[in-house]
Design a protein around this ligand. Structure first.
Ligand SMILES: [Fe+2]
Length: 337
């Protein structure tokens, strides 16, 4: 029998090492995801921890412009959340690329974002094996200098990942150490290549995914990249037209930048999820995590001071991902170590 939402939160909070002497802070938006707030409070109390709910009027960014940053609720939110040991983010969009996240985790606090439906949360819950795989991927990125991605469809992209300070995001879906952020569920590793270094061509093919539009690519789309920015999106079908329309809508050159790049590592995550579920009920973590996908993204990148709500994550099938000439993914499948 499937677990209740509260039972899954208890399981997850145990993985996050919530203890009886801690206070759990829950950040939410008024009138949204109330059942997640209730489950988080119940789980914290069941483990003997305190629970504080912080409701902002709104923290979500628009999907399309106009957009004007409004940080009025952020300072008081940070003041309260900063007093908690473990912060659970159940806002609609997630404080993923925001200053709020950086300032909470920078203070040594653990922070977890939760958005997916209950059965996805349960089915894709992370464990020690996944953590190990993700960390091994991160080590490969950290040691590398050049990321090179190719595909039979015509993708040929390189990015500079050299340097000790390369930002790497390890996502195994729970936060068991100070200063760590994660998104439950997750199973992938990614880096933010050195800014303005990506060069080449990405060729999307049907069955690749567009997140947060939560749908599959339907046409072949060619995306040309120079000095870290998309310079041209072309193709004969609807997808090229719609992608251009989306990028152009913002009237902001930063929207065309490439952001993080990495690959999925969770064998339980299925490509079919956008058809199996109501796709708009999903946040896309299942597609982001499919084993052997190459995922790249656009727009927001806090490591390049690029703040825009425009952000697409694009998991691709059938790619070969090499670090300094050694494949970690070949033709869309993980290369066993
Ligand atoms: Fe992303």
């Amino acid at each position: 029998m499937p677990n209740t939402l509260t039972e899954n939160f208890v399981e997850q909070f145990k993985r996050c090492r919530v203890t009886a002497d801690e206070t759990v802070g829950i950040i939410a938006e008024l009138g949204h995801k109330d059942e997640y707030v209730a489950a988080a409070v119940a789980a914290a109390r069941q483990l003997g921890a305190g629970a504080l709910v912080l409701h902002a009027s709104s923290l979500s960014s628009p999907m399309l412009p106009p957009y004007e940053a409004d940080g009025r609720e952020v300072a008081p939110l940070l003041a309260a959340a900063g007093e908690c040991d473990f912060v659970v983010d159940v806002t609609v969009g997630g404080l993923i690329h925001s200053d709020v996240r950086t300032r909470i985790t920078g203070n040594g606090k653990r922070m977890l974002f939760v958005a997916e439906p209950n059965d996805v949360l349960e089915r894709l819950m992370g464990d020690g094996d996944l953590r190990q795989t993700v960390e091994a991927g991160g080590s490969r990125l950290r040691a590398g200098s050049t990321l090179h991605v190719t595909s039979a469809a015509g993708t040929d992209l390189t990015a500079d990942i050299s340097g000790d300070g390369l930002p790497i995001t390890h996502q195994w879906g729970y936060v068991d150490e100070p200063g760590r952020w994660d998104h439950w569920p997750s199973g992938f590793v990614a880096c933010f290549p050195n800014d303005r270094t990506a060069e080449g061509k990405i060729v999307l093919q049907p069955g690749d995914a567009l997140i947060p539009w939560q749908r599959y690519v339907q046409d072949v789309v060619t995306i040309e990249v120079e000095k870290g920015f998309i310079t041209r999106v072309s193709g004969s079908g609807t997808d090229a037209h719609v992608l251009n329309d989306y990028f152009e809508a913002w009237h902001d050159s930063e929207v065309w930048a490439l952001s993080h790049m990495g690959w999925g590592l969770l064998p339980r995550a299925r490509w079919s999820a956008f058809d199996v579920y109501d796709p708009r009920s999903l946040y896309g973590q299942e597609l982001r995590s499919t084993a052997g996908n190459f995922m790249w993204s656009t727009g927001s990148n806090r490591f390049a001071n690029r703040e825009t709500p425009a952000h697409l994550d694009v998991p691709m099938r059938g790619c070969t991902v090499e670090i300094d000439g050694v494949a970690v993914v070949r033709d869309g499948a993980l290369v066993e170590e």
